[in-house]
Design a protein around this ligand. Structure first.
Ligand code: NI
Length: 135
């Protein structure tokens, strides 16, 4: 039988075999620009985040960053162009490339990136989150 929560069993195999329902996870938080860790594998983390409004320009010197839209849409701006991502779309921002997410309305996004990736990259601001909550 599948245990969706993994509760009551501490083995890592059981945890990684648990089904994660994105709708349930996104319902557990409301703040924007504050990624939550929902999975970890091979040194990479699966994070969920809600965007609204413009973020800040930044880059990640050593990490590629994947953005997958779960609900809503947003615009990823680069210095020379911008692209729009809708639900079901994903984008990989290569390391070193400056980017800025902008969401006219709230959007739910899954991130896949190394554990070491800081949300604001090379920039430190009040939006920088050093330690992320786990859901
Ligand atoms: Ni980034």
């Amino acid at each position: 039988m599948t245990d969706r929560s993994g509760a009551g069993n501490d083995s890592s195999a059981a945890r990684t075999a648990a089904v994660v329902a994105l709708d349930e996870k996104f319902a557990q938080f409301s703040e924007h620009w504050s990624p939550k860790i929902v999975g970890e594998l091979n040194g990479q983390m699966v994070k969920l985040v809600k965007f609204r409004g413009p973020f800040e320009w930044h880059h990640h010197a050593a990490e590629d960053e994947l953005f997958l839209v779960h609900r809503g849409s947003f615009r990823m701006e680069f210095r020379d162009r911008a692209v729009t991502l809708n639900a079901g779309d994903f984008l990989i921002v290569p390391r070193g490339v400056e980017h800025r997410p902008v969401a006219e309305e709230e959007v739910e996004v899954l991130l896949f990136e190394p554990a070491s990736t800081l949300n604001t990259g090379n920039v430190r601001s009040e939006r920088t989150h050093e330690r992320l909550d786990r859901l």
